[in-house]
Design a protein around this ligand. Sequence first.
Ligand code: PGA
Length: 251
Amino acid sequence: MRTPLIAGNWKMHKTIAQSERFISGLLPLLYAADGVEVGICVPYTDLQAMVDSTRGSRVEVYAQNMHEAPEGAYTGEISASMLNEIDVHGVVLGHSERREYFNETDAVLAEKLLAARKAGLAAILCVGETEQQRADEQTEAVLTHQLDRGLALIDAEALAALVIAYEPIWAIGTGAVATAEQAQDACAFIRSRVAAIDAAASESVRILYGGSVKADNATELLALPDVDGALVGGASLEPESFAAIVGAVAT
Ligand code: PGA
């Protein structure tokens, strides 16, 4: 059985003071939530404060990016060991905003996944197609391309522990959520691609849906057989809306 994961992606939101207010509002709301893993993916400057404030709770703290090299002349970048040193749980890699605005390629993401693995960081790899690619019936081709290249360097053990977030770009921040059928088909397809690499890993890899997840659509999406959780943007910014999504899967 795969434990569902609800991960909130704050993007470039929240100062340390705002993150502290958020977490003191969230933790009491999660008190009774069982059978679910909860993550928050926060700006670098919030990481230490959130690691400290969530210690002993069920909330795991993720960075939103990292560099693939162990160290070096990469001004403005952060390495896996720097995240590890402050007890960050994991890192989100290849969000479509990183791919689009910061030119992240599948080849670099493969290296980042390997670096995260070596540092013992959990990883969430994001994949997904644009509206045009879906209209052109290229969704599976795009996912295949992203997965074949992105997963090229990690071993089967890392693959089994990986989280893959299916985020159709047309559904991110738009309110246009994928239908249950679209989400299930894409997540099942992703699992089949993982199975083509390693059958056992495909049973344990967790696949999240992301794109305009809200409390009122979470129950249907999270009940889908190949959807093992959600990556939540806008609705993760307030404790109440985020906790309501966690509540949709908690036992
Ligand atoms: P959204 O963002 O929930 O605001 O659509 C999702 C994401 O970008 O991870």
